[in-house]
Design a protein around this ligand. Structure first.
Ligand code: RIB
Ligand code: CA
Length: 306
């Protein structure tokens, strides 16, 4: 069990990840960020869903827009207007204390003990290390769901070359991934390999998970012909308990911040010295490019079985 700060743009798959984190980790706090929904809605969703899964961690409000880009499209078709499938009443307020202050103060107070789990755009993480560079060597690990490197043809989901979390704020992602933070990346290369069906979800016999995923599954059935979903964010949580289920490579990573491949994550391949090296000075990050999908799916189902 690790001490984690759960940084989320809480949509449907984020909620599944929170349900798993509540069962398997010590959640110090939930920090919210724009992405699937506006940050105020993410505060409301985090408070509501944390209560529904018995998590009493405090919720904080983070960044409402990208570092440099103009705000872009939300993920409404997939996650619903409220981010949780438009099926739950949500009486919670959207105001909360600063997520950035919470991240900085928590890492300073517990050096080398706090794991950051970021499953939305990386704007909060980038803002925190820009404001307080001293915390970079004090973070135990940053685990993100984001990016895509092309393994098994998984190169993008919001464009052919970019994954949603990175695409929403490529400048933040480039700063974070090229920093000295120890980052473990769960990209589409592995998250698109672990799919669960509507039947799997119904077998959990956890009504709220079935309710919030209904619209997501219908969208997937209509668009892909499959009544199911990729776990995406949950894999960032399962990495903490089951790292051996993943195959990793070490490489420095940069992010494209403009043009037709905006949001693309690039890893340096090969050691050939080049005259102009955009990876110079970048830390080698840990990239999960392979996964034992059956074992991850079984661990997920066992963790959430009512
Ligand atoms: O590309 C998948 C990611 O985008 C997940 O974090 C999902 O919640 C959406 O934010
Ligand atoms: Ca997310």
């Amino acid at each position: 069990m690790k001490k984690i700060i759960f940084d989320t743009d809480i949509g449907v798959d984020d909620a599944f990840a929170l349900a798993c984190a509540a069962k398997s980790q010590q959640i110090l706090g939930i920090t919210t960020v724009f992405g699937n929904v506006a940050v105020g809605q993410a505060v409301k969703n985090a408070r509501l869903f944390a209560q529904l899964v018995g998590c009493d961690a405090p919720v904080f409000r983070g960044c409402s827009r990208p570092l440099a880009l103009s705000p872009s499209a939300s993920a409404a078709p997939v996650h619903g207007g409220d981010g949780l499938g438009d099926v739950l009443e949500n009486p919670f307020p959207e105001e909360a204390d600063s997520a950035i202050d919470f991240i900085i103060n928590s890492v300073r107070a517990q050096p080398h003990e706090v794991t950051l789990v970021a499953i939305g755009p990386l704007t909060n993480i980038a803002t925190a290390i820009n404001l307080a560079p001293d915390i970079v060597p004090l973070v135990k690990e940053l685990v993100i769901m984001g990016g895509a490197f092309g393994t098994n043809g998984h190169a993008g989901n919001v464009t052919p070359h970019s994954e949603f979390n990175i695409w929403k704020d490529p400048h933040a992602a480039d700063q974070v991934l090229s920093s000295a933070l120890p980052v473990t990346v769960l990209p589409l290369d592995v998250t698109h390999e672990v799919l669960i069906s509507g039947e799997d979800i119904r077998s959990l016999k956890v009504p709220v998970l079935e309710q919030i995923s209904r619209g997501y599954l219908q969208y997937s059935l209509a668009k892909e012909g499959f009544e199911g979903m990729a776990l995406h964010d949950t894999l960032a949580v399962l990495w903490l308990t089951y790292p051996d289920f993943f195959t990793t490579v070490k490489a420095p990573v940069r992010v494209v911040t403009e043009g037709i491949t905006l949001g693309q994550t690039l890893r340096k391949i090969g050691a050939l010295a080049s005259r102009f090296d955009p990876y110079a000075g970048c830390r080698e990050q840990t990239l999960c490019l392979g996964v034992q999908a059956d074992k991850v799916k079984a661990a997920f189902l066992a963790m959430l079985q009512a």
